[in-house]
Design a protein around this ligand. Structure first.
Ligand SMILES: [Zn+2]
Length: 300
């Protein structure tokens, strides 16, 4: 009796401390919808340190949609405009946004991206290169395939343990980007080696995913039609399907571990995925499975 009371007290205390920790110190991700009226359903993100003195503005492709969403006190904290890849619906706003930010803040604003194809590029990070943004550490994970200059940005706060990753058009919730400049082998390497190793297994569970587009609903439809056809085939997919039935915005709600549980592009050796690509014997290479899976998705 006495012991369990002590335990209860301890749990209550540690819970309270945890809560306080979360309330007083946390990274901020402001989700900015872009190109939703024209069907692009893109996201731009303002990532800020816990005290909101330093920020990165990620993929602000449409200056007219992004700038009005930034408060003056937010604009002055932006140190860099950052691109996940060079496609215009991610990098097309770089120059207009940077010139407005420089004008209003009076300080330099970097353009961090995967190649000089992005307008105004100033910094081209190498794979696993790290940046510091206030209390945050940001690791650049290069993931060539959708484009050769695709970069995912893995953010962690060593003090709070919070983690997230901005994945552009490489990893979507329950999907992945088209292989415009790469092969199935490269996408397998990007998703299942580069991202997983770059984040690190102990962090998969707590790392929230922020993709470049809100494609979750159609991705779930694809997975339901092609891979896990019945309720109960994959409990994680069942939960995701329910969630996106109720929520139009799913970005930031799921983790890398969730993707490993339901995203067929990260489950290439799952017998259900092999069945879906007509390989019930499991004899195809992972690269071939990736190619076939993407082909099925493209045709839907
Ligand atoms: Zn793209």
């Amino acid at each position: 009796m006495h012991k369990s009371f002590e335990l209860f007290k301890y749990l209550k205390l540690s819970g309270a401390l945890r809560l306080q920790n979360i309330q007083t110190r946390r990274m901020h991700v402001k989700v900015i919808k872009m190109r939703w009226l024209t069907g692009g359903v893109n996201y731009s993100y303002l990532l800020s340190s816990q005290d909101k003195t330093k920020s990165w503005l990620i993929d602000p492709a449409e200056a007219v949609e992004v700038l009005p969403n930034l408060k003056p006190e937010e604009s002055v904290t932006i140190e860099a405009v950052v691109n996940t890849h060079h496609h215009y619906d991610h990098s097309g706003g770089n120059q207009a946004v940077v010139s407005r930010l420089v004008e209003s803040s009076g300080h330099d604003v970097k353009v961090i991206c995967g190649s000089h194809t992005s307008p105004g590029a100033t910094d081209i990070p190498k794979n696993l290169q790290e940046y510091t943004l206030g209390d945050l550490t940001i690791r650049c994970i290069r993931t060539p395939c959708h484009t050769q200059d695709s970069v995912c940005y893995y953010v962690s706060d060593p003090q709070t343990g919070e983690k997230c990753i901005f994945t552009g058009d490489t990893l979507f919730t329950a999907g992945c980007g088209r292989f415009f400049e790469g092969t199935g082998e490269e996408m397998d390497y990007a998703l299942n080696r580069r991202i997983l190793d770059g984040v690190g297994e102990p962090n998969w569970d707590g790392t929230k995913v922020y993709p470049g587009h809100e494609y979750t609903k159609s991705n779930v439809k694809f997975v339901r039609t092609a891979v896990y056809k019945n309720l109960g085939d994959n409990a994680a997919l069942d939960r995701l399907e329910q969630f996106c039935g109720k929520n139009k915005v799913t970005t930031g709600s799921f983790t890398i571990q969730d993707e490993l549980d339901y995203n067929p592009f990260m489950r290439l050796d799952d017998p259900s995925v092999r069945d879906a690509v007509d390989d019930s014997q499991g004899s195809l290479s992972r690269a071939k499975v990736m190619d076939r899976l993407r082909k099925i998705k493209n045709s839907m």
